[in-house]
Design a protein around this ligand. Structure first.
Ligand SMILES: CC(C)C[C@H](N)C(=O)O
Length: 479
């Protein structure tokens, strides 16, 4: 069961206060997108990421930790700095995954990160981990591509691909194939495999965050990711009527946005009406309705052309997300019922058993991501945002065919408008297709820090969805 009831009351890092007299132009501006705030002299001041010299002591301490951990203060961390409580859990988990106890050698962990990020062509993460791979004593030959690595690592290709795009296809046989390969040198122990699966899911979902927030390449990296520039065709379409924000690619922004006021009214109504008595059958019907409607929600269709520097790490680059609702009837994959296999009752203990302490770390991170609230929405204060946050989480799980029996999916349609659903779908399933315009044109009345908050929830919900399928496969193999 998802617990969105224990709200974790927080304060956002007050960027304006932090910036104070600072000249924000002097910090590395890691993100391409930005809000602008009027400065005293009437000019606008960019408001993008938390500056490295944050005056918020908690954030500052976390930045110091991050610097020591990663040998740099990267843009992901600076952006997550808006939400220090989350950043703290994120850094702790990532530190444990990459540098803590675990079955896999350190250079393997970074190579797996490279392979995972490559599924979404995320040069930003690929470059970061190529450097770390070398620092951990990895063989530079391996950076020529997966054809240069030991078979054991190459064997992860299939699982990496399924986990990233269609995790519902993962079953016992995929785990068995790796854990019981005939040549013992290439065998994966179950502990190694669990660590690899968690690493892959971690980096797939981190790609969603990197693209979702338009994180720019580090200053010492060539190229790297920024929001995908518009193709000439898209550009012309926009030039054609630049005043019309609906003239964008795909489905995003095809209708006017529901403002915060209306959203709040709807949330209030839901609270007033209380829990509606519904039968299980009715709940399943509502889930299936949202699921089949999601097929109609067209994510951006324009795919960026893949770069050779990343393609070398990818097998079957064309393979991508396909709507769960459109899954092949031959495969006969049923909806994943969270009552049958949930993080709380199953995944948590299995992961803890096979990879010491990871369950606790992930539990903390999930808990912050689901409960984090500032009781604000845009400029409005004292708002209970539980229903909205829960709708986002549930919608992402729905895209992966995961149903929570205790949730009324009717709320997804009441609270998430089509534009937002399209953004969520693109960011979760095809993050490499996001454009700057998508970011700018969705949740328009939200503050930048709130958009980052939504992005963090997307990251964690996707991560948990992948993890549930992966751990269920491991469990099937072990029983
Ligand atoms: C994502 C945002 C709408 C969250 C909101 N600012 C809150 O405090 O819960």
């Amino acid at each position: 069961m998802l617990d969105f009831t224990n709200s974790l009351e927080l304060k956002t890092v007050d960027l304006d206060k932090i910036n104070g007299n600072n000249n924000t132009n002097s910090v590395i501006l890691g993100c391409q997108m930005c809000d602008t705030v009027p400065a005293k002299d009437g000019q606008t001041v960019p408001k993008k990421i938390i500056p490295a010299s944050s005056k918020d002591t908690e954030t500052q301490a976390l930045f110091v930790d991050a610097f020591l951990q990663n040998n740099r203060l990267d843009h992901v961390v600076q952006l997550m700095g808006y939400h220090p409580q989350y950043l703290e859990c994120f850094l702790r988990t990532q530190q444990y995954l990459m540098k803590g106890d675990g079955a896999l050698p350190f250079h393997y962990r970074h190579y797996i990160a490279i392979m995972a990020a490559s599924r979404h062509m995320c040069t930003y993460l690929v470059h970061l981990h190529e450097q770390e791979f070398i620092l951990q004593g990895g063989d530079p030959e391996w950076l020529k591509g997966t054809s240069h690595v030991p078979k054991k690592l190459r064997d992860l290709n299939e699982l990496n691909k399924l986990l990233a795009h269609r995790p519902w296809l993962i079953c016992k046989s995929h785990i068995q194939k790796l854990a019981r390969s005939t040549n013992s040198k290439d065998n994966w122990s179950i502990s190694e495999l669990v660590q690899a699966l968690i690493l892959m899911a971690h980096f797939h979902s981190l790609c969603s965050f990197v693209y979702g927030c338009g994180i720019k390449s580090e200053i010492d990296h060539n190229g790297g990711f920024t929001y995908r520039p518009q193709s000439p065709v898209e550009k012309n379409a926009n030039d054609f009527d630049s005043s019309d924000s609906s003239s964008t690619n795909g489905d995003i922004n095809s209708e006017p946005e529901v403002g915060i006021e209306l959203l709040m009214e709807r949330m209030k109504k839901l609270v007033e009406e209380g829990e509606e008595e519904t039968t299980q059958e009715e709940r399943v019907k509502r889930f299936e309705k949202v699921e089949s409607q999601s097929v109609e929600i067209a994510a951006n269709t324009v795919r960026p052309s893949p770069k050779a520097e990343v393609l070398k790490y990818v097998d079957d680059a064309e393979y991508c997300y396909q709507d769960f609702a459109k899954r092949n009837s031959v495969e006969d994959i049923p909806t994943f019922r969270a009552t049958d296999y949930s993080w709380e009752d199953h995944g948590f203990s299995l992961s803890n058993r096979l990879y010491m302490d990871i369950g606790n770390q992930l539990e903390d991170k999930f808990s912050v991501a689901t409960n984090m609230t500032y009781y604000t929405m845009g400029e409005v204060r004292d708002v209970d945002t539980t229903a909205f946050r829960r709708a986002i989480w549930s919608y992402i799980h729905c895209l992966y065919g995961i149903m929570h029996d205790d949730y009324n999916y009717g709320q997804v349609n009441q609270l998430l408008e089509r534009n937002l659903k399209a953004y969520i779908k693109t960011m979760t399933c095809y993050p490499e297709r996001l454009t700057r315009k998508d970011y700018d044109n969705v949740m328009r009345e939200f503050k930048h820090s709130e958009k980052v908050h939504v992005n963090l929830m997307l990251l964690e919900a996707r991560f948990q969805a992948e993890l549930l399928y992966a751990l269920r496969g491991v469990m099937q193999f072990m029983t």
